[in-house]
Design a binder for this molecule. Structure first.
Ligand SMILES: C[S@@+](CC[C@H](N)C(=O)[O-])C[C@H]1O[C@@H](n2cnc3c(N)ncnc32)[C@H](O)[C@@H]1O
Length: 331
């Protein structure tokens, strides 16, 4: 998908109204009741409670079915959650191996695109072990690191403790029902998480709800390389190399078959940009990384009239540690 270059040379834009994409139209036409059910019944374990039993025996569930790789009402959020619970122990190692060491770089690029300045509040949705949260914190943000997989959060919190670093605010919660007030954060990020939501549009709208006027969204996701030959080779590698390598490094190798299929089924950059726009994000734009295997999206909340005249920084309004709703840690 070529897209149209905007302003800075390497960002592309493609307004939704210029596109006649079939899959997007079909998705928007989903019955409301189904979409609502998917967004509101992800799992009985998404409550905002800290984890009390580290190391629980998720191995017992290794034989259960994998989630539907397509985002939509077919995807069972509870299966997604348990799958990530199982991969948590070796998640960071598997990422480094399967991305050939590139994943850290991609997240750093995403953190820069969030444009946080010291003192701002950044929410990292589907944070996993919090690697992108780390990069946002390094830029000076106060970070809320949210995920519905408590084992993933525990791995991240343990890494921070080992490094003796000041911690994020770890929150066990659902990305489609964020436990935060309206307009409460300056920037939202989500890295390799959006694809896993059962209702992508509900997730994007929810992220818009909690972001203050003028705030930013950054989505880092696997993408569809625009060049057809590269795309074909990439899909073949996903279905061959990824599951094979996962058998060596991952805690639950089967999860990486889901990963491959969910990437193949994922929309291209222009389609996803259109969905950002429909969810209330202005000026959606994207850039390809790794020949389009990964895509970085950025959108903004419309600024207030007053903000339009000055630089929008540090206006998120999250209370002090432990003060607001949804602030119990999972560490
Ligand atoms: C592929 S991992 C990405 C983790 C991390 N952002 C990274 O860059 O490595 C996807 C994460 O999304 C989380 N996730 C999936 N659906 C979610 C939902 N509905 N609410 C919160 N987290 C979710 C999973 O638990 C998992 O940690």
């Amino acid at each position: 998908m070529a897209g149209r270059h905007a302003g800075r040379q390497d960002w592309c834009v493609d307004p939704p109204e210029r596109r006649g994409d079939e899959a997007w139209a079909r998705d928007r036409g989903q019955p409301r009741a189904l979409r609502t059910r998917a967004a509101h019944e992800p799992s009985e374990r998404t409550a905002m409670t800290p984890v009390s039993h580290p190391g629980e025996a998720d191995a017992a569930r290794v034989g259960e079915p994998l989630p539907d790789p397509r985002s939509g009402p077919e995807k069972d959020a509870a299966l997604v959650q348990r799958m990530f619970d199982r991969v948590a122990p070796r998640y960071d190692l598997a990422n480094a191996v399967l991305s050939l060491g590139q994943d850290r770089h991609w997240r750093r690029v995403a953190a820069r695109a969030a444009e946080v300045v010291p003192g701002e509040v950044a929410l990292d949705v589907a944070t996993g072990t919090g690697m992108l949260a780390d990069d946002l914190a390094e830029a000076g943000a106060q970070v809320i690191a949210l995920d519905f997989s408590e084992p993933m959060l525990r791995v991240g919190a343990a890494r921070m403790a080992r490094a003796g670093r000041s911690d994020h605010r770890w929150v066990a919660g659902d990305g489609t029902r964020l436990p935060l007030p309206d307009d409460s954060v300056d920037a939202v990020t989500i890295a390799f998480g959006l694809r896993n939501l059962p209702d992508v549009d509900a997730g994007l709208a929810e992220m818009a709800r909690v972001t203050r006027p003028g705030g930013r969204l950054v989505v880092l996701e696997f993408g569809q390389p625009p060049h057809r030959a590269i795309r074909t080779a990439y899909h073949a590698a996903l279905r061959g190399f990824v599951p094979a390598a996962a058998r060596v490094v991952a805690s639950d190798p089967r999860a990486y078959s889901y990963l491959a299929e969910s990437i193949v089924a994922w929309p291209d950059a222009a389609q996803l940009a259109a969905r950002l726009g429909a969810a209330g994000w202005e000026r959606p734009r994207w850039k390809h990384l790794a020949l389009g295997a990964v895509t970085l999206h950025q959108g903004r909340r419309a600024p207030t009239e007053d903000q339009g005249r000055r630089a929008p920084t540090g206006q998120g309004r999250l209370g002090p540690e432990g003060d607001g709703p949804g602030t119990e840690g999972a560490s």
